[in-house]
Design a protein around this ligand. Structure first.
Ligand code: ASP
Length: 309
């Protein structure tokens, strides 16, 4: 089977406030989104695999401190970083994930190593740590992940909780996640997601990103999904698998299924969105909040970037 190469990525979603966005900041976000998309696009347009393309895109986003994954990951209430990442291939639903890790520079490479070199699907805790070392992944000091902005966001959130005042509505400051989906020239699809989780999360909390069928999914028969948003709700709705089920069992199109499920998760309180592709080269980028950092390559190979509606 031959496919039409397309791809999409997100860098988090939420109530992204226009009034807090300067033209310089906005331009920097667009540049970061474009560069990450380009990293995967090069691979897809030269005949590479969707799996390699989503890996390259997520690495680029993990390296960019504007986004909540890798360098720029948010803090737990203990002022530590606990990162989750997952990757999945649509060919055979091979997948790998890590939860709550801090050490490997690129958590997505740890997830890929779980997929490719173990009999397991998800590793966490001490065992994950040992595995990442043994796999020869590059490690960095925990301080490398943090930024002054993320620390300020933690302090603001802790102060808000202590004072009992309401939310300022700028959810985007508190969470985020990065993710990518792609369809390659061979007609295969893949998804990858990486996150620091949510600002001021409890140590040990795991979100939807590494949970297959919730924040990450890929099956050539239906769709590749990477989600971003309030993870607890995405897990409760099995968001990614729900889209798969609607396509497989109810014959819905990618766009129909993705839009309906993102609306439904919003109805139970789950703010967020997702990027999705199918093996026929369709792309969908629905979100139920004010904005989602996103970029995509359409069927003609052109790159688009967007933040707001
Ligand atoms: N879904 C992520 C989590 O709950 C956070 C986000 O995407 O904003 O960990």
């Amino acid at each position: 089977m031959t496919g039409i190469p397309v791809s999409a990525l997100h860098g988090g979603a939420g109530t992204i406030r226009r009034d807090l966005m300067t033209p310089e900041k906005e331009a920097a976000y667009h540049a970061g989104l474009r560069a990450a998309l380009e990293a995967g696009r090069k691979i897809l347009l030269s005949g590479g695999t969707a799996l390699d393309a989503v890996t390259a895109t997520v690495i680029a986003l993990e390296e960019d401190p504007q986004f909540n994954a890798g360098h720029g990951a948010v803090y737990t209430t203990d002022r530590t970083h606990e990162m989750d990442a997952a990757i999945m291939s649509g060919i055979d639903r091979a997948c790998g994930a890590v939860a709550g890790i801090c050490g490997p520079r690129n958590p997505i490479l740890a997830a890929r190593a779980v997929m490719e070199t173990t009999d397991h699907v998800m590793l966490s805790g001490e065992g994950a740590k040992r595995f990442c070392r043994a796999a020869g992944l590059e490690h960095v000091d925990p301080a490398w992940f943090g930024t002054a902005e993320r620390l300020a966001a933690l302090d603001a959130e802790m102060a808000r909780r202590a004072s009992g005042t309401g939310d300022d509505g700028d959810e985007a400051r508190k969470h985020g996640t990065v993710g990518a989906v792609a369809c390659d020239v061979h007609g295969h699809i893949a998804a990858a997601t990486s996150t620091g989780g949510m600002t001021a999360k409890m140590p040990g909390r795991v979100g939807d990103s590494p949970v297959f069928g919730a924040g990450t999914w890929a099956d050539d028969r239906t769709c590749a999904i990477s989600a971003t948003g309030h993870g607890e709700f995405f897990i409760r709705m099995a968001v990614a698998h729900e889209i798969d089920a609607r396509m497989r069992l109810a014959g819905q199109s990618l766009a129909e299924a993705a839009e309906a499920v993102v609306t439904e998760v919003g109805e139970i309180g789950g703010s967020g969105g997702l990027v999705a592709v199918d093996a026929r080269g369709n792309v969908a980028l629905p979100f139920n909040c004010r904005g989602m950092y996103r970029a995509w390559m359409d069927r003609s190979g052109e790159i688009h970037t967007a933040i707001f509606r």
